[in-house]
Design a protein around this ligand. Structure first.
Ligand SMILES: Nc1ncnc2c1ncn2[C@@H]1O[C@H](COP(=O)(O)OP(=O)(O)OP(=O)(O)O)[C@@H](O)[C@H]1O
Ligand SMILES: [Mg+2]
Length: 267
């Protein structure tokens, strides 16, 4: 773990970014997957991570809630902060509390083999957020409502979540992620298993959620990045090549590599 010295840290923190990454490296054994990434994630915005397969998007996303801790052989270096508090190194945030503040939705909907209700209540229960059943019920309803799923499931809350359609399961996973009121939601290709209608529904939802959360989404769809994000970061071979307002990245990229990728010449 390389830590930046104190003055550099203070300078870097003089921004209003929700999450700040500086010089982030990741190694898997001897192989380096990220070569020092500097990126600010703003609050109330959607940041899209794009780039060819294997360039390090998922690896970087996992640095933001310490999910790489669970990957055997993975080593993270550099600095990541959430509201100025370090995620790694001395005085780091507790990973369990961190993951409550920075939730994650994966590529494949992964509901627990439990009821719809229990899936959404899972996080609030393990963190002991509500003492009274009525309060928990209300939190479950609110999360399902915000995920745009309440009306489809309100009469079957105690049915198994695995009986839902793929698109419904993904919205359930989003409800599960937001039930603990996170500040940031990380989404790794959340629509890749969904049909166009379910995808559109999830995209609408992302747009609504950004009023309350910072969202980071990995996507292989340029159209999706253009539709849902305000900031786009282009990764290539473990490097962050370019980051900027989505509209500029897609209309006037500064870098040849970005231009080549967004116009489909490689990737
Ligand atoms: N658990 C792991 N062990 C070893 N190497 C890994 C591991 N996970 C990822 N890598 C390697 O790190 C690099 C970045 O992988 P990563 O999964 O972050 O790419 P990605 O941009 O998300 O790709 P994709 O678009 O295909 O999902 C790749 O070379 C990959 O092979
Ligand atoms: Mg990936």
């Amino acid at each position: 773990m390389t830590m930046l010295d104190a003055p550099t840290l203070a300078e870097n923190l003089a921004t209003d970014a929700k999450i700040l990454a500086r010089g982030v490296t990741v190694h898997y054994g001897a192989k380096q997957a990220l070569n020092g990434i500097d990126l600010d994630i703003a609050g109330n915005r959607v940041t899209a991570l794009i780039g060819p397969s294997g360039c390090g998007k998922s690896t970087f996303l996992r640095c933001l809630n310490r999910m790489n801790d669970t990957v055997a052989g993975a080593r993270v270096g550099g600095m990541v902060t959430l509201d100025g508090e370090p995620l790694y190194g001395p005085g780091a945030l507790d990973p369990v509390l961190l993951r409550m503040r920075v939730g994650m939705v994966f590529q494949k909907p992964n509901p627990f083999p439990k009821s719809i209700y229990d899936n959404v209540a899972f996080g609030p229960r393990i963190h002991g957020l509500f003492a009274r059943k009525a309060d928990l019920d209300e939190a479950v309803e609110r999360a399902l409502e915000r995920a745009g799923l309440w009306h489809e499931v309100k009469d079957r809350l105690h049915d198994r979540a695995t009986g839902l359609s793929g698109g419904q399961q993904q919205r359930l996973c989003i409800a599960r992620a937001i039930a603990v009121d996170p500040e940031v939601i990380l989404m790794d290709e959340p629509c890749s298993a969904l049909d166009p209608i379910a995808t559109a529904r999830v995209e609408e939802l992302i747009d609504e959620l950004r009023d309350n959360f910072a969202i980071v989404i990995v996507t292989h769809s340029m159209q999706q990045a253009a539709r849902v994000s305000q900031q786009t970061a282009f990764f290539h071979l473990g490097n962050l090549v370019e980051v900027g307002p989505t509209e500029r990245i897609f209309t006037a990229p500064e870098h040849q590599l970005t231009q080549g990728y967004i116009t489909g010449r490689f990737g």
